[in-house]
Design a protein around this ligand. Sequence first.
Ligand code: ATP
Length: 221
Amino acid sequence: MIGILGGTFDPVHFGHLRTAVELREDLGLDEVRLLPCGTPPHRAPPVASGADRLAMLEAAIAGEPGLAADTRELERPGPSYMVDTLASFRAELGPERPLCLLLGTDALAGLERWHQWRRIPELAHLVVARRPGADLPAAGAVGELLAARRVHSAAALLEASAGHILVRDVTLLDISATRIRALLAQGRSVRYLVPEAVLEIIRARGLYRGEAPRADRPARR
Ligand code: ATP
């Protein structure tokens, strides 16, 4: 069973990486694929280029077994809709094998704004990692989906190829890429928020310097 963690990764940080490692072990996933998005559909374009975001991601996961960067969203023209990404994984895996979409509680709360969001649980299970500052949706269409589809064990994910929602606790790391970019724009240190190898790329390529910090925007994928 594989898990996929999509994001802007602008830049990748320990919140992403620790979540990927813990969920991989917790669920017994063969692999977690980390997918940097190409063109986010409904948020400002990433600050760093796709090539720079990929370089940082690859440096961050180098040598970690079971984590791999996947470039399909960077290579696909047009907006990076998660539903298209899941359909391409599903075409590779066939209809029977379970597939897990990993996402934080903040992303789950915004799921309704994703393109063709109702198709997403038809294509994959949702594994939700608690993230500081975002509660599980209790009401609305996503709250109803959660109530209807929630399971409470990793073993339940093996009983179907898609459609279950599992909520897991991971080490709570209150780190966001928005905050990292803001610190860098102010000339401040981001050491111990990102791996040293990512820091080196940020320095060597002069990334995120002098960018006006952007307000947080909900990502629509
Ligand atoms: P930004 O601040 O630019 O919006 P971000 O730090 O939220 O970026 P993304 O690349 O948008 O990072 O996140 C990709 C995925 O990783 C989402 O599902 C998000 O919920 C999850 N994620 C990001 N940061 C954390 C964290 N600190 N802990 C757990 N999950 C996280």
